[in-house]
Design a protein around this ligand. Structure first.
Ligand SMILES: Cc1cc2nc3c(=O)[nH]c(=O)nc-3n(C[C@H](O)[C@H](O)[C@H](O)COP(=O)(O)OP(=O)(O)OC[C@H]3O[C@@H](n4cnc5c(N)ncnc54)[C@H](O)[C@@H]3O)c2cc1C
Length: 397
């Protein structure tokens, strides 16, 4: 079968690439290995699809932030929302600038995209995995288990490796590598973290606002948000946002349990002084969760039943250090099956951010999560997928 452009992957990046190309009069065919298109759109944001964010900056991306922002500036959050308004979908803004459909249903977004594909004559071939790709002369040939396709432009938008159930695939990276593209090793991101030690066991089930700082000799980044203690370590937005950089070799991670307070030492002295006869554990229980107090005192080998007046200046110092800057031993991320995005992927210096065209192969475009770009939670990954797909669809011949 012959098309003007073939698109591998019916995720947000592939689908918008197809729509954009078809609006320019191109015959677009999308190959999707899943039984349905857009599985991750449906699952995103807990079924509510956090599609974008009102504030996009380099700080919202862990890998290659400048590249990500350059691509998004070619098709901004505003442009994405007006693209969807044109399809009859409206949005609202929630806390932290998160943008979700007014219906609060991800299916609204997917339905609109699929209806537009149908209206434009975009063919979406589900249950067809692209198994091999080659370019001969000016033509690309893609083989699936069912057919052979050819086109003058090819978009690889195969996504990442996360969430097997939703159609994860390593094939996209393999196909790009087959064209000579460098693949930065892929690893789970936006994923819970496994810890060694015992304090988190004692805090299992505790959820509290915190901030995690990731430090390496080269950089320091802090991720605020809710933190959840589990049987294996930590989860919640704060831990997930920190996971991409926090699992890199050489990274050190620290929890601040009181990110909103200015002078914990002064607060602590006041708490203990005004309650001299109270047990230390009780005196501290207004600061952080009770389970956290117990875990903290046990780590520091301070008797929780000792009275407040007997706490030494040295102990106050060490309690403060733990509250502000508790070093945790991250043993690794949970698996790809738990990872909302994939860090690593196609090396971005080999792709033009203004067109998404490969700098190695003319007519080849690479979009979405397959690239070495990963954002924190808040709608940035969807926005990047849609922006890069749009740019590819607008640029291809
Ligand atoms: C549970 C969950 C919730 C999420 N929530 C949010 C959120 O609220 N906001 C946000 O910004 N991000 C969210 N994300 C991340 C976001 O969904 C992804 O970053 C985004 O879908 C990436 O889009 P994509 O088009 O690049 O890839 P994908 O959406 O992964 O699409 C790629 C498609 O390519 C197909 N494919 C792969 N290889 C082949 C092949 N060889 N042949 C044919 N087809 C192939 C796959 O089956 C897949 O359908 C979430 C992710 C998960 C897993």
């Amino acid at each position: 079968m012959r098309a003007d452009c073939l698109i591998i992957g019916a995720g947000p990046s592939g689908l918008i690439a197809a729509i954009t190309a078809a609006r320019r009069g191109k015959k677009a065919v999308v190959l999707e290995k899943n039984r349905i298109a857009g599985a991750k759109i449906l699952a995103s944001g807990g079924g509510r699809c956090n599609i974008s964010n009102s504030t996009v900056s380099p700080a919202c991306f862990n890998s290659n932030p400048e590249f990500a922002v350059k691509v998004i500036s070619e098709f901004t959050s505003k442009e994405l929302l007006s693209f969807f308004e044109g399809l009859g979908v409206y949005f609202k803004e929630e806390a932290l600038g998160r943008i979700i459909p007014a219906t609060e249903q991800a299916v609204t977004v997917l339905d609109a995209v699929l209806l537009e594909c149908a209206a434009l004559g975009v063919e979406i071939k589900c249950s067809e995995e692209a198994v091999s790709v080659k370019k001969e002369g000016e033509a690309f040939t893609v083989k699936t288990g069912k057919a052979v396709y050819s086109s003058s432009s090819l978009v690889i938008a195969g996504g990442g490796i996360g969430y097997k159930l939703l159609g994860n695939s390593q094939k996209g990276a393999a196909l790009a590598a087959g064209f000579g593209h460098k693949i930065v090793p892929q690893r789970p991101a936006l994923v819970p973290l496994k810890l060694s030690g015992s304090f988190f066991h004692r805090m299992q089930g505790v959820k509290q606002e915190a901030a995690i700082t990731v430090r390496t000799p080269a950089f320091e980044r802090t991720y605020p948000g809710d933190l959840l203690f589990t049987s294996y370590g930590i989860s919640g937005p704060c831990a997930m946002d920190a996971s991409s950089l926090g699992t890199l070799p050489g990274s050190e991670c620290f929890i601040n349990f009181l990110p909103g307070r200015k002078d914990t030492a002064a607060d602590l002295v006041k708490l203990l002084k005004t309650r001299p006869k109270m047990s230390i554990a009780s005196a501290l229980s207004g600061l952080i969760n009770k389970k956290g107090v117990k875990a903290l005192l046990s780590e520091l080998k301070i008797n929780p039943d000792g009275t407040s007046k007997d706490v030494s200046a040295e102990e106050i110092k060490s309690i403060c250090k733990k509250l502000y800057n508790w070093k945790i031993e991250v043993t690794g991320p949970k698996s790809f099956d738990d990872a909302m995005v994939t860090a690593g992927g196609v090396e971005v210096s080999e792709v033009n951010p203004l067109t998404m065209e490969s700098k190695k192969i003319r007519g080849l475009y690479i979009a979405g999560e397959l690239l070495d770009v990963d954002g924190i939670s808040g709608g940035y990954n969807m926005q990047f997928a849609f922006s890069s797909g749009y740019v590819a669809g607008k640029s291809l011949d």
